[in-house]
Design a protein around this ligand. Structure first.
Ligand code: OSB
Ligand code: MG
Length: 369
């Protein structure tokens, strides 16, 4: 296929209520969307680095500028036969994984549509239905959190992820464990601590948690390896794994015993598949994370979640969990308790709703070959 037209959108989607983590309290999700057109076929990719460089060094306005000025010119008019070819064309550009991901995802949506298959099938997945977990951010009152957890468990979610940050960690988790002695929990610290805080994780180690997600610095591997020798609870890396090479290094250094796969953070489906192969070869299981993308981005997460070596319920949520209306033209809904199914359609099976795309766009660029 030859890329004939590219559109890039910078979009802000309002959340029902703020999502609070170690990196801040957020009221809207900012993402970058790419629309790719070739041979009369249109496809979409979405990556959501959010509005400020707080989760990682990337942010949506920066991703938009990089996509427009440095990535789109390397792709427009080019003939691209595989995800690897697309990545090769973008390889001179350092970092900017989310911006690269938006193009990579659009290419895969186009490719799966061309093959007249749902994306999960093109990727070699087992089927449309995947296991998903519940997630809760930091809230004002512990009672509120306990009520949310009880609600999630009663809805059939098989595990619960809790965000922690300074002042919302050991005491909260002790109380949670007392109230729900048998439920599966893990914590996500979003890089809010340092090795000097090892004591926090040694205390949490007593609570039989499934994993500690990204306890330390966003770009660290070595301190995580040190922390892993001090606790029994497996460490899961999210922010720190930005490429297959970093994944291989983390596995070699025993920095983690789980890897959270996010296509946006890794630069697309192509590198995500490589990370998953690398992890599997090293005996490190994975699960799929999320950035509160719309169904356009989450559909890619669903497809990846259907692959082998996914061994923990994923961070994929039904639309009504975080937003009133999905940016996409169809909402994601629960398939069964704790399960979501990919759309029964070719490619990702959805696209942005035109009106909401227009209403929520901050910036737009159109390029022709
Ligand atoms: O660290 O996994 C994270 C959301 C935005 C940015 C970073 C993260 C998250 C989540 C989302 O935890 C949870 C979900 O998608 O259900
Ligand atoms: Mg995380």
């Amino acid at each position: 296929m030859v890329i004939e037209f590219l559109d890039i959108f910078h979009v802000a989607t309002p959340l029902i209520k703020p999502f609070n983590t170690a990196f801040g309290d957020t009221y809207r999700v900012e993402s970058v969307l790419v629309r790719l057109q070739s041979q009369g076929r249109t496809s979409w990719g979405e990556a959501a680095p959010w509005g400020a460089p707080l989760y990682s060094a990337e942010w949506a306005a920066g991703s938009f500028a990089c996509a427009r000025d440095h990535l789109a010119p390397r792709l427009l008019g080019q003939s691209i036969a595989s995800g690897a070819e697309l990545q090769q064309k973008l390889a001179p550009i350092k970092g900017n994984y989310f911006a690269k991901a938006a193009f990579d995802l659009a290419w895969w949506d186009w490719h799966a549509q061309e093959r007249a298959e749902p994306l999960w099938k093109t990727l070699g997945g087992a089927g449309p239905v995947v296991e998903v977990g519940a997630d809760f951010g930091v809230v004002d009152e512990i009672e509120e959190l306990l009520a949310q957890i009880a609600d999630g468990i009663s809805q059939g979610f098989k595990r619960t992820k809790l965000k922690i940050r300074r002042g919302w960690d050991i005491d909260v988790l002790r109380r949670v464990r007392t109230e729900f002695p048998d439920a599966v929990f893990h914590v996500d610290a979003n890089s809010g601590y340092t090795l000097n805080d090892a004591r926090v994780f040694q205390e949490l180690d007593e609570l039989n948690l499934a994993m500690f997600e990204q306890p330390l610095m966003h770009d660290d591997l070595l301190d995580h390896a040190k922390l892993q020798t001090m606790v029994r609870t497996p460490i899961c890396l999210d922010e720190s794994i930005t490429s297959a090479r970093r994944a291989a290094q983390a596995c070699e250094m025993n920095s983690c015993r789980w890897i959270n796969i996010k296509p946006g953070r890794l630069g697309g489906i192509t590198p995500a598949l490589e990370v998953m192969r690398t992890a599997q070869a090293a005996g490190v299981p994975c699960w799929i994370g999320g950035m509160l993308e719309s169904a356009v981005g989450a559909s890619v997460c669903l497809a990846l979640a259907s692959l082998p070596n996914i061994a923990y319920p994923n961070d994929i949520f039904p639309t009504d969990r975080f937003v009133e209306n999905d940016l996409a033209n169809r909402p994601l809904e629960m398939h069964a308790p704790g399960q979501i199914a990919a759309f029964d359609a070719f490619g990702i099976g959805c696209a942005p709703d035109e009106q909401r795309l227009q209403d929520w766009s901050i910036d737009h660029w159109h390029g022709a070959a």
